[in-house]
Each structure stands twice: as C-alpha cells, then as structure tokens.
Design a binder for this molecule. Structure first.
Ligand SMILES: Nc1ncnc2c1ncn2[C@@H]1O[C@H](COP(=O)(O)OP(=O)(O)OP(=O)(O)O)[C@@H](O)[C@H]1O
Ligand SMILES: [Mg+2]
Length: 318
C-alpha cells in the first residue's frame, strides 16, 4: 500500500501558479527521486507535502496529497503539527536552516523526542546518543555538548538527519540534502540515507539536481520542468527508455560528469521563469524535436511501457 500518494498537485502564490500536474506514489521502503533544474518546483512539492507552504504565502489550489490514507491538503494546521517532525521528516539543503547556532547539539536533537514521543530529558538523551551512533557520528555522547559551528558541514547534515529521524517518521523528505557538501561527503550521506531506508522501512523522497544520484539510489523518479512533472516511472524504465527529450538530455549528461545545470546551459535557450512559462509544452523552445503542436497544446501524459511522459511524441520511435 502506498504511504504517500500525490495526485495532480497545484500550488499558487496569489495569481501565480508555479506548480501544477505533479503526481507520484511512494510505498514504505521505496525511494523516489525528484529531479529537475533550479526553479522547476522541487522544493514547492516538498513544502506542499510537509504542509509548510503557508509560511511562504503559498497555497495548494488543486489535487491531493494522501499520507497513510489521510488527506493532507485539507488538514488543519494543528493536526499537521502532530505529523510534521513525527511521521513526516524533512531534511533541507542547508543544515543551518534546521539547526540553532546558539544551542548545543544534544538538546536540539533531544527536543524532537520530548515533543513528539513525550519522553523525559534523560530518555530523550539516551535516544539521541543512540541515533547519532546509528548515523556513524563518532563519540556521540561528546558531540551532544558541541555547538553546530564546531562541526564540519557533513557532520552538521548528519545532525539534521538525526533530528528528522528522532521521532521515527514513516516518510522522509530530503530536499537536496547534499548540495552544500563536497563530493566524497555527498556520497557518504547518500549511502547513509540508503541504509536508513532499508533499516527503518522508510519511504524516502530524495530531491536532487543530479540524475546520477537518482540512477544509483532511487526506485522511482519524477522529472520536473517549469513547475510540472514531465516524466514519471521506475528508474530502470526511465533510464532504459526515456521518452521526454528533457529527460533524455538529463541522462545524456551523466557520463560527462556534468551537473544538470551545467549541462543544460549547453542546450540552447534558457530556463523559463514562472512569469514566462511557454505555451504548449514548456520545453518546446529548447527541444530540437519540437513540432507545431508542441507550441500550442500542452501534452498530456502518455504511458509508454512502465513510464509515462508528457510529450506529444512519447512512445514514437526517435
Ligand atoms: N514564496 C514564493 N512566492 C512566489 N513564487 C515562488 C515562491 N517560492 C517559489 N516560487 C516560485 O516557484 C518556482 C519553483 O520554485 P522551487 O523552489 O520549488 O524550485 P526548485 O526546483 O526547488 O529549485 P532549486 O533547485 O533552485 O531549489 C520558482 O519559479 C519560484 O520562483
Ligand atoms: Mg529547491
């Protein structure tokens, strides 16, 4: 059974709708990648699931998000507060958005179990030390007495992961958890997340710019472009037979070892912004296979084998 089911999600900030048509489902023990360029709507998708859009003035204007059988788009904030941090964990790109620079590590992690699991201070500390150990943080009891600034970027990100795990969530949303880290540390953190999914039977949403991370880590992938999902399916299907030209471009850049943004700056044209999303298929100005229909009609999803792509020519021989 799916733990998280997102259907036709649409988000608006006043009259502007930077996100629409995002759908995916995720079961326990599964890893879903959301991949796309900067501004494609990855974080808005994550914030929608976490119920955090109102903080930035956004609103869900369409679609549904069902978590363990419960509709979240209409959930009251008081009920959301009981889920967030408890059953839905979030890891953000910059650890310092989650850590308080003025507070020692131990109490920050303890607070999660105190709040959500009603533990007393000493029970919570025992749990903190245990979780830090699971995350392969050396000398966890000593680390509890440190301040965030006394730790490396990779260690800080592990602390944030510890906070996200402290209440034993069912779903973990990791929004570019490794972007701020150097390459070897990135690989360690990704491996750690992978192990955690297995050990804890988590459902992981992994947001990344990097198609090679998706290839190595995820079971399923949603490819986003200009605020929409444009291809969705199992990772093997998408890598074996990508149907959308944008997905093909992302995959083509992997062997060259370039990041998505670097590669796409090599494709002619620029990434559209919300105010100028092109008509029809938003990718058409940059697509070398675009035909007339692509400039006027928005493509619906076409199922091709195990994956589905929003391209008028998905499934055609190319
Ligand atoms: N608070 C906001 N008000 C208005 N528009 C917003 C707001 N937050 C995001 N947007 C718009 O929504 C679009 C998607 O943003 P989002 O942050 O989801 O992109 P992203 O894929 O996470 O990009 P990045 O890789 O840079 O993190 C962007 O075009 C952005 O301008
Ligand atoms: Mg983002």
């Amino acid at each position: 059974m799916s733990m998280l089911e997102v259907r036709d999600l649409e988000v608006a900030f006043g009259p502007v709708a930077p996100l629409s048509g995002v759908s995916f489902s995720l079961a326990k023990g599964e890893k879903l990648g959301i991949v796309g360029e900067s501004g494609s709507g990855k974080s808005l998708t994550a914030m929608s699931v976490m119920g955090l859009l109102p903080l930035s003035g956004g609103r869900i204007t369409g679609g549904s998000i069902v978590f363990d059988g419960q509709e979240l788009t209409t959930l009251a904030e008081s009920a959301y507060r009981k889920l967030r941090g408890r059953r839905l964990g979030l890891i953000t790109q910059n650890p310092m958005t989650s850590l308080d620079p003025l507070q020692k590590i131990g109490p920050q992690v303890d607070a999660v179990a105190v709040l959500h699991l009603s533990m007393n201070a000493s029970e919570a500390r025992t749990r903190t030390v245990e979780i830090l150990g699971t995350l392969r943080i050396p000398e966890p009891a000593l680390i509890c007495d440190r301040y965030p600034h006394q730790m490396s970027g990779g260690m800080k990100q592990r602390i944030v992961i510890a906070m996200a795990l402290a209440a034993d969530p069912d779903v973990l949303v990791a929004d570019e958890p490794t972007t701020a880290l150097d390459v070897t540390v990135q690989a360690q953190i990704i491996r750690l997340l992978d192990d955690l999914v297995k050990e804890r039977d988590l459902a992981l949403v992994l947001i990344t710019h990097d198609m090679s991370v998706v290839a190595q880590t995820c079971d399923k992938v949603v490819v986003m472009y200009a605020g929409r999902a444009i291809e969705y399916g199992p990772v093997e299907a998408i890598f074996d037979a990508p149907q959308h030209p944008y997905t093909q471009a992302l995959i083509n850049c992997i062997p060259k070892g370039l990041s998505t943004d670097e590669h796409l700056s090599g494709i002619s044209g620029t990434v559209p912004t919300v105010s100028n999303y092109p008509k029809g298929c938003a990718f058409h100005p940059r697509c070398d296979r675009a035909k007339n229909i692509c400039t006027s009609e928005r493509p619906a999803f076409i199922t091709y084998g195990n994956n589905a792509a929003a391209c008028h020519f998905a499934g055609d021989d190319r």
